[in-house]
Design a protein around this ligand. Sequence first.
Ligand code: ZN
Length: 271
Amino acid sequence: MPGETPMNCEDVRIRLLDYQRGRLTLPAQAEVRTHLNGCADCTRADAVEQELTSVLEHRLPQHPASLALRRRLAAEWPASATERSWWSRWKPSLVPAVAAAAVVLVAAPVLYYERAASRVASERAGMVAEAVNDHLRVLSSQHPLDIESGGLHQVKPWFEGRLDFAPVVPFEGDADFPLKGGAVGYFRDRKAAVFVYARRLHPISLLVFRADGLAWPARDLTRIGPVETHATAERGFNVIMWRRGELGYALVSDVDARELGRLAARMTASP
Ligand SMILES: [Zn+2]
């Protein structure tokens, strides 16, 4: 458009994934390319985003891969003085970019299944895949948490104004499963509150999001307290999902299924 200022770094970051997939208009595509040619920070972000996408697309081995993934990404990111500023500048544009990538990755396999029944099944599998991808995104970030936890009383108000719903957080953490912090993420097409707990050295992500319009599993349900949950495993991660009222919950971690079930029981215990 005439009279518009050239794209700044933020403009470029939120368009990176569309740029990588050639989905921008030709002028916008050219403008991003010009900016990348002259901006080392954005070029680096471009490379990291491609790497993350490639890690997710080629799926991870059937083994808890969080540490390997972290190491690999850390190796490609020499620890330098720019680390913090890189993150703080990149972070705002990372979240929507991640969401876009995740939606594309989940949506792509759906195209292969034309029949309604298999489409529903595949959407359901997509929800699990999405939950695992979101967890991996949190792990692969150098500074994964937008807020380090001083407890739920700090994390909860922080979300106000950052989400289009009020996340109901069912568990404030305890000695077994301390709450480490929170971040805003995405689950498919919607925003999600991400709470990160820990079990010893294992991070555990809890995604909270609006439950409507998703293909919730109707079979293979396990009752935990007052709710029906769907427990499954993918790529070495255990996933437990449930919905309660307007909200959906997805718990993801490489801790064993029994431990994750214990945490789910604490989360679903409150009325
Ligand atoms: Zn830039």
